[in-house]
Design a protein around this ligand. Structure first.
Ligand code: GDP
Length: 444
């Protein structure tokens, strides 16, 4: 999982402080050493680490004592703020052209996730802006890149402009742009070639495409898993192309965090999006403050809320929360919730965004098979309205009927009811604030 080691080590750096009422200079020095090691181990650029530690130390020493926070909490807050600042403070939106089309050129090394990201971005623009993007297939070297773009285009409902692999990429881009003009496409996304490493020929080709396409946005796609190397790649591309933003992919993997924390400082260019999976919906806006929360192991609560809002009917969500509080959550709600959850992406990813859960060892091997969800739904569908509203009446003979109705073994029905009761209890507890998280510390 992303940032796991870094989160753990940072929490360790604070754990000594947290038990104290008063923090001495020696305490601050010790935790600074821990923080420095944690960042270096996470593959953060050396210069960035140095500046980070210096800033935190200065703020920690000069900090005024606030009544509302303990000294340890204040230091955690300073580190949280510095993490946020290191990654750029606020989210930076896509550049837009004054007249259509807005031209977005994607660059990056082979395998970084360029083609996938073109598809994800197109999907996002189609869904959020009802846009009609044209995708230009200008990666003529990587075997099957054009086919891949075509598959992705079809998946998200975007038109792909391709001329095969025998035409010069510059010519493909020229003709693609002309077609976009004719068709009044509002966006053009250019998928360019990558190499296994930066080389002169690649850079010249990209510089030529930039000169002729005059993109409003040059997004460099880098693989977060490559750590420090991702930072070097970003620096190299930026020096040649003067990029306008970065997309950091594979943040769903167990990246250590170096790239996320170094790129902004080293290149001065914002990370605009992060890729968090292979599916087309797995692209999120990069919010430095939320990422900082996530690195500190507090879970990316705000992203979770965002995702929930996109998929949940607000009123329904409020009703659900009331039901949980009043302990009247029943199988009808359970069914609704499962359906909404399914639209949000893999359950294990969602769970990890809950504060305190990200580093929970219980989640390490947690996987929810979509088939299991389908089975659970089948069981709930076999219930009568009375049974859904009052699960307590589910006696053995009713359970046998459900099993037969859903075509599942009785043990599975029993297990599901048990799980339902357990999660109902847990949700009720959580709604009363009975859970251990750090987010309370950071609130004010
Ligand atoms: P390109 O050579 O830069 O065009 O890279 P591709 O788009 O072909 O991606 C290379 C591989 O990385 C593919 O297997 C993608 O499915 C995968 N990939 C891309 N983005 C992500 C991401 O955010 N998370 C994960 N897990 N895989 C990704």
């Amino acid at each position: 999982m992303a940032f796991e080691g870094l989160s753990e080590r940072l929490q360790k750096a604070f754990s000594g402080l947290r038990r104290k009422g008063k923090v001495t200079e020696a305490d601050v020095r010790d935790s600074m050493r821990e923080i420095r090691l944690a960042l270096l181990e996470a593959d953060v650029n050396f210069g960035v680490v140095k500046e980070f530690v210096k800033n935190v130390r200065e703020k920690a020493v000069g900090t005024e004592v606030l009544d509302s926070l303990s000294p340890a909490q204040q230091i955690i807050k300073i580190v949280n703020d510095e993490l946020t600042a290191t990654m750029g403070d606020a989210a930076v939106p896509l550049n837009k052209a004054p007249h259509i089309p807005t031209v977005i050129m994607m660059a990056g090394l082979q395998g970084a996730g360029k083609t996938t990201t073109v598809g994800k971005l197109a999907k996002r623009l189609i869904e959020q802006e009802k846009a009609r993007p044209l995708l230009i297939a200008a990666d003529v070297y990587r075997p099957a890149a054009i086919d891949q773009l075509q598959v992705v285009g079809e998946q998200v409902g975007a038109q792909v402009f391709a001329l095969g692999t025998d035409v010069d990429p510059r010519e493909i881009v020229r003709q693609g742009l002309a077609q976009a003009q004719l068709q009044h496409n509002d966006y053009v996304l250019i998928d360019t070639a990558g190499r296994l490493q930066i080389d002169e020929k690649l850079m010249t080709e990209l510089a030529d495409i930039k000169a002729l396409a005059e993109p409003n946005e040059i997004l460099l796609v880098v693989d977060a898993m490559t750590g420090q190397a991702a930072t070097d790649v970003a620096k190299g591309f930026d020096e040649r192309l003067d990029i306008t933003g970065v997309v950091l992919t594979k943040l769903d993997g167990d990246t250590r965090g170096g790239a996320a924390l170094s790129i902004r400082k080293v290149t001065g260019k914002p990370i605009k999006f992060v890729g968090q999976g292979e599916k087309m919906e797995a692209l999120d806006v990069f919010y430095p403050d939320r990422m900082a929360n996530r690195i500190l192991g507090m879970g990316d609560m705000l992203t979770l809320i965002d995702k929930a809002q996109a998929n949940f009917d607000e009123q329904q969500a409020a009703e659900m929360a009331d039901k949980i509080k009043e302990n009247t959550f029943d199988f009808n709600d359970f069914l609704d919730q499962m359906e909404q959850m399914q639209n949000m992406g893999p359950m294990e990813d969602i769970m990890k965004m809950i504060p305190g859960m990200a580093n929970n060892p219980a989640l390490k091997n947690f996987k929810v098979d979509p088939k299991d969800i389908a089975h659970m739904k089948a069981i709930v569908y076999s219930m009568t309205p009375a049974e859904r509203e009052d699960p307590d009446i589910l006696n053995p003979s009713r359970r046998r009927r459900l099993a037969a109705g859903a075509g599942r073994p009785v043990v599975e029905v029993n297990r599901m009811i048990k799980q339902f009761n357990a999660s109902k209890k847990m949700m009720n507890q959580m709604s009363k604030g009975n859970f251990q998280g750090m987010e309370g510390l950071m609130g004010g």
